[in-house]
Design a protein around this ligand. Structure first.
Ligand code: FPP
Ligand code: MG
Length: 293
């Protein structure tokens, strides 16, 4: 009953996997990663005290924190039960990625304690919280493809060599840069899109205590008195006038630089897609950059 309340997301990780391998086992890998993703969002909505997810009341808002956490645990443990059927290297990589995801969430909670002005700390946090699972999805998709090529009857026992691992590392790098661009585009959309398109309130990141990249760049563009004004809004009930001023300052002074940063990551991801000779991975970058939700 609770499970039916979950809303379908963008499925970026599944699209990525299916652009690398088309096999029935790939669908199981997609299901595992979507279960992990859903579990992490259930827990994240409890941590962030979010009331909306994908346009509907979040599960914690409707059924309470306890039910949201336990449903997350059920999804997560089922994902690991299914993952144990895959090659040990796939299972190990994905398990490590979930640890990074959890470390990233801890770093996010830590950064939310104050108005963070440090770009590198922010980039490291989103690498752990967001980009690593996207990178690992690409890496594991390729490992699975090679396991099937080497031993189609028993892919979980395939003997993988260093050439496979080296190529898998390029898929990982591709996914990492794609993931960084993806998260930064998310940060921009939080500011530029309306509540209906986003499925959550506009500028919810900042009001929830997240000083994302556009806010960090804006801070460094402002004179000292305006920096103090910006910091004074952190985690406060922001007035309509302050919100309007903040919105126009972001548009004027920081969104172009933020977009450029996302494009820089996307460009590196594209170079990896070219090395991998996979045009589908190239167009996935374009659709991800141009999306509006
Ligand atoms: C969304 O961030 C949150 C994540 C991408 C990761 C959350 C990870 C955890 C809670 C650890 C999960 C651990 C297990 C074991 C499953 P956000 O709040 O910036 O994005 P949002 O606006 O979509 O909420
Ligand atoms: Mg959240």
């Amino acid at each position: 009953m609770l499970y039916k309340q979950l809303q379908e997301g963008k499925m970026l990780r599944s699209k990525l996997i299916l652009n690398i391998i088309n096999h029935e086992l790939a669908y199981l890998l997609c299901a595992i990663i979507e279960l992990i993703q859903s579990a992490s969002l259930l827990h994240d909505d409890v941590i962030d005290e979010s009331e909306l997810r994908r346009g509907k009341p979040s599960l914690n808002a409707e059924f309470g924190n306890k039910n949201a956490i336990m449903l997350g645990d059920i999804l997560y443990s089922r994902a690991f039960y299914e993952l144990s059927k895959f090659h040990p290297l796939i299972a190990q990589n994905l398990s490590l990625s979930v640890s990074k995801l959890s470390i990233g969430e801890l770093e996010d909670v830590f950064l939310e304690q104050k108005f963070n002005t440090n770009e590198n700390e922010y980039l490291q946090m989103i690498e752990h919280k967001s980009a690593d699972l996207i990178a690992t999805s690409a890496q594991c998709a390729f490992l699975l493809k090679d396991c099937i090529r080497l031993d189609s009857k028993n892919p979980h026992n395939a003997q993988l060599d260093s050439a496979t691992c080296n190529k898998a590392a390029i898929y990982y790098e591709y996914g990492l840069y794609l993931g960084m661009a993806f998260q930064i585009i998310d940060d921009i959309l939080d500011i530029t899109q309306d509540t209906q398109t986003l499925g959550k309130p506009t500028m919810r990141d900042f009001s929830g205590g997240k000083t994302t990249l556009p806010y960090i760049y804006l801070y460094h563009e402002l004179q000292r008195d305006e920096q103090i004004w910006l910091q004074s809004l952190f985690k406060k009930d922001i007035t309509h006038a302050d919100k309007a001023k903040l919105h126009s300052l972001l548009l004027e002074k920081s969104l172009d630089k933020t977009k450029q940063k996302a494009q820089d990551y996307a460009k590196i991801a594209k170079q990896h897609a070219i090395t991998l000779n996979n045009p589908k991975l190239e167009s996935l970058i374009d659709s991800m950059i141009q999306r509006d939700f």
